[in-house]
Design a protein around this ligand. Structure first.
Ligand code: FAD
Ligand code: DLZ
Ligand code: SF4
Length: 508
């Protein structure tokens, strides 16, 4: 007889997860389920589905090796009800446990479904906090309480104090909390670029790849080559590989972009942390160790740790503070449909073509590509932020709503009206040209400001600021920009606006 039924979701693949704490393999059963509902709420990239299913199957096997009875429902199991709560009901019906244990789902949608679940025979469901984060929901809410603006930097300092990472007593190591000013170098093509660790698919992964090819043939993205780690052991190897090969240069080239270089010095570990194969704190401790051993400089290590205990924790806090309304934010009332080329990469703008094509190939693009290329373009052209949000949620292997939505709706699209960021992340072609070599390989001329051959970002930038001057004109951080716009001649301004409108017409 089953004492406890422990339901482990697809992003809860950690052996120390709270739902497993105090579990007894002799009396408890683990439930895991591949279900249709979770594969279709957005049209996920093929690689994302394969990654999650294969990692789930490997995790289930490890639990069995640890002595647990595991009820693992595959997508093609006969009788699969198609939903997480449906699978829970079926398992409770058959196993009649005294209690169900679940770690709180990371996404609001899934948590609501379980909150509303009523089991057969009133079986109680105990939902435990997810302690794989540094800040609890309550800590974040306390921190946010009464603050006029929520800025990541101050929250991050609290997380440094709480974890003791890069701390010298109560002072930050190096006497500065943040070394970003050293982290904005454009990369040069002749630098040595390490590739992330690639793992050969084993027989379990190959079986999943066949299932995905069969069931999700029309989904976005390439399935091959599939090289993601799908076990904790391989994810740890991928982390160590990054720390050795790329972390030393992570800081300096964090914002850089190069044609054909998909990863530069980025870690490509977000997907592993987000599904639980790696623990965020252990990742940061390994990076800190590289600094203390003299293997990586402080600007890189601080920058890397800030992304994880700063940004990652902060966006999760915002998400749980502001859901469910957060995802419907549309500060600029933008209505344009997402351009079709976001699904094909078929555009003659090299920056977009590069970011989207590698997204198709790898289910990966790094932060500045997401923020300053695809995000910037969608914001400047007035795409409906909900469509933008659904795109990001679908196309990246690391995309789970709790982390994706604040990054997209808040940071990238400013659709929350500035809760998360103090000003919209928008730029003309100049920024892209400075940080990348994309423009040298583009049919548009980044130096031309207007006209059919000019880089479209240049006129779109001013068009965006002009059309939203009522909402942004008083933003202190945009004062200089609006003054520059105001000082231009009427003819110049009209040229920019006409040029942008001619381009926008081509999108319709
Ligand atoms: P690195 O550049 O090596 O950074 C190290 C780690 O820091 C990452 O693995 C990640 O865990 C963390 N991190 C870095 N930036 C952020 C951030 N802004 N928010 C949260 N964590 C961060 N990240 C996701 O994990 N899932 C998403 O769905 C997601 N959607 C995004 C959508 C948009 C529009 C934008 C602008 C950013 C998004 N990000 C998302 C944040 C960031 O782009 C990715 O975490 C990062 O690119 C992952 O690649 P990496 O592991 O090589 O990261
Ligand atoms: C993203 C995803 C996919 C594609 N499939 C499953 C699944 O079949 N079973 C599962 O437990 N989880 C899956 N996930 C993750 C969930 O959609 C969701 O992100 C998590 O349950 C967290 O709320
Ligand atoms: Fe992108 Fe403009 Fe540069 Fe072309 S010229 S790559 S469109 S920024």
């Amino acid at each position: 007889m089953t004492r406890r039924l422990i339901f482990i979701l697809g992003d809860q693949l950690s052996h120390g997860i709270s739902s497993l704490q105090g579990a007894d393999p002799a009396q408890d059963t683990i439930l895991m389920a591949e279900v249709a509902d979770e594969t279709v709420y957005v049209p996920h990239h093929k690689k994302k589905i394969a990654f999650i299913f294969s990692a789930m199957r490997h995790f289930a096997k490890e639990c069995e090796n640890n002595g647990y009875a595991v009820r693992y429902i595959t997508l093609d199991d006969l009788g699969n009800s198609g939903s997480l709560t449906g699978e829970l009901t079926r398992a409770v019906d058959e196993l009649k446990p005294q209690e169900v244990t679940l770690t709180q789902p990371s996404e609001w949608r899934v948590k609501k479904a379980f909150d509303g679940w009523r089991g057969p025979s009133e079986t109680p469901l105990a939902m435990r906090d997810d302690d794989r984060f540094i800040a609890t929901h309550e800590e974040f809410a306390d921190w946010a309480e009464g603050r006029k603006t929520l800025r990541m930097e101050y929250f991050y300092r609290d997380m440094r104090r709480k974890t003791g990472l890069l701390m010298d007593g109560d002072k930050p190591v190096g006497d500065k909390w943040n070394f970003d000013s050293e982290n904005r170098n454009p990369a040069k093509g002749d630098l040595f670029m390490p590739a992330p660790l690639q793992v050969e698919p084993n027989s379990t992964t190959k079986e999943v790849l066949r299932l995905v090819e069969d069931r999700f043939a029309d989904n976005f993205g390439d399935l091959a080559p599939f090289w993601f780690a799908v076990t904790r052991q391989d994810a740890l190897r991928a982390l160590d590989h990054f720390i050795k090969m790329a972390l030393p240069d992570f800081g300096s080239y964090q914002d850089a972009m190069l044609v054909g270089e998909k990863f530069l010095y980025h870690s490509v570990v977000s997907l592993y942390i987000n599904v639980g194969l790696l623990d965020p704190l252990e990742v940061c401790k390994r990076a800190e160790e590289a600094y203390t051993k003299g293997d990586a400089p402080l600007n890189s290590v601080e920058g890397f740790i800030r992304q994880i205990i700063g940004w990652r924790e902060y966006v999760r806090g915002i998400y749980w503070l502001k859901m469910p309304d957060y995802v419907s934010g549309n500060f600029f009332k933008a209505t344009r449909p997402l351009p079709g080329f976001y699904w094909t990469g078929d555009t003659d703008m090299t920056c977009l073509q590069q970011a989207i094509t590698q997204t198709k190939e790898e289910a990966y693009a790094h932060h500045i590509q997401r923020l300053m290329i695809t995000g910037n373009f969608a914001l400047l052209t007035g795409v409906d932020p909900h469509e933008v949000h659904e795109w990001y949620l679908a196309v990246y292997a690391d995309a789970f709503e709790w982390v994706e939505a604040p990054n997209t709706i808040g940071m990238s699209q400013f659709a929350d009206g500035g809760l998360l960021g103090s000003k919209p992340y928008v730029s003309g072609g100049n920024y892209i040209s400075k940080m990348s070599d994309y423009c040298k390989n583009c049919r548009y001329d980044v130096k031309q400001k207007t006209g059919p051959d000019a880089c479209p970002f240049n006129a779109l930038y001013w068009h965006f600021l002009d059309r939203h001057s009522d909402l942004l004109g008083n933003n202190g951080r945009l004062g200089n920009v609006y003054r520059t716009w105001g000082r231009m001649s009427d003819e110049k301004r009209a040229e920019y606006l006409e040029s942008a409108e001619a381009f926008l017409d081509t999108l319709d």
